[in-house]
Design a protein around this ligand. Structure first.
Ligand code: DAH
Length: 363
């Protein structure tokens, strides 16, 4: 037994003295001492020859020896650890190999590779803000399809087939096989179509906000696009008045743009409302003094609105003598342009990361 003890001490001294300069040397160390045919295993095998009465104390010694070898291995592994894996060469080095199954070629203490995180699109940020303001007033969110039939987009909104106001919105028609009801299909030109969808399924009181994408057959330029985004609002109940419309939209503007912004209503025309009005706000860029954005008028238009036309209510079986309502529709791009001074509509859909990342955390 004496000889074995001496052998163990010898191996320990050898291990202690060992130095390694690279992963290959570390691996050799591991194979020599800790491998399946290594010295630790070999010494353990000697246990068979140990007399029964000495087995216990010897077992302890052998166990300590094993722990010593493992600890020394980890020490040497750590001494390599400060080297960046990429500076250690040779692909053959990269094997899963150590007493703990860890790869000695990897530095586990290095920080991870950053994963780039996307940001919200400015239009989403502004849409969310618009929606959250109206939610605070008790409006619910409603959505409808982007591929719409003629009835929901036009007919129900008081624009019969020969109505000249259809020309106000250049429409993309769709070659979809005509259904049994003879419907013509199109890409919705405004989110007013969602008003129709809501009134079809709900009875007053109705208070909804409808955000969504709309399409028009326009040549793409800095000022026009073939698709853009709107938020529609609809409020139908007993005794809803134009004063309610004004107060609601005034609240919205103050929340969205701040208390100092002025608003004005101009009479206008929309087939689905009577009376109708467009709302302007004092120009945020020049404060009302006049600039390019407001075309030197000091005012910019931000939405269309009005009292829901009785024909629209009656189209859905809502008694227009009992109920009245107001509606409005605004362009999300326009509001975003005013808030962030974006002057080219094309930027919103070009996906230029330098443009998009400017809006991180701004809202
Ligand atoms: N649908 C109109 C458009 O796209 C906007 C609009 C005007 C919506 C007046 C309304 C409204 O609900 O009452 O130009």
């Amino acid at each position: 037994m004496e000889a074995l003890l001496q052998q163990i001490e010898g191996y320990k001294a050898e291990m202690q003295a060992a130095t390694i300069s690279d992963a290959a040397a570390l691996e050799q160390f591991r194979i020599k001492y800790l491998g399946t045919k290594g010295l630790v295993k070999a010494v353990m095998g000697e246990m068979k020859q140990v007399p029964a009465d000495q087995k216990k104390s010897f077992g302890q010694i052998l166990n300590d020896f094993k722990l010593f070898a493992e600890a020394r291995f980890e020490e040497l592994e750590a001494s390599l650890g400060n080297t960046h894996p990429e500076t250690r060469n040779s692909q053959t080095d990269v094997t899963l190999s150590s007493s703990k199954g860890r790869n000695p070629n990897l530095d586990y203490s290095l920080p991870g590779e950053p994963i780039p995180v996307g940001t919200r699109h400015p239009l989403s940020l502004v849409r969310n803000e618009i929606v959250s303001i109206f939610k605070r007033l008790g409006f619910a969110i409603a959505e409808g399809p982007e591929i719409e039939d003629d009835w929901h987009n036009f007919g129900a909104m008081n624009l019969p087939e020969d109505h000249p106001a259809r020309d106000m919105q250049d429409t993309f028609y769709i070659n979809k096989p005509t259904e049994s009801n003879g419907a013509t299909w199109l890409l919705r030109t405004h989110t007013s179509s969602v008003q129709a969808r809501v009134m079809e399924t709900q009875k007053p009181p109705i208070r909804v906000i409808c955000p969504g994408r709309v399409y028009r057959n326009e040549t793409v330029s800095a000022r026009a696009h073939c698709f853009f985004h709107q938020v529609e609002g609809l409020y139908v109940d007993e005794q809803v008045s134009f004063a309610d419309l004004k107060q609601t939209l005034y609240f919205f503007v103050q929340e969205m743009f701040g208390k100092n912004v002025k608003v004005r209503f101009r009479p206008s025309y929309f087939p689905f409302t009577e009376p109708s009005a467009e709302m302007d706000i004092s120009c945020l860029i020049c404060g009302g003094d006049g600039c390019n954005i407001c075309k030197h008028s000091g005012w910019v238009e931000i939405l269309g609105s009005g009292m829901v036309h009785p024909n629209v209510l009656e189209n859905f079986g809502i008694d227009s003598n009992k109920y009245t309502g107001f509606a409005f529709g605004m362009g999300v791009e326009r509001i975003t342009q005013l808030k962030y001074q974006v002057n080219d509509l094309r930027l919103y859909s070009q996906n230029d990361i330098r443009f998009l990342k400017q809006f991180t955390g701004v809202v």
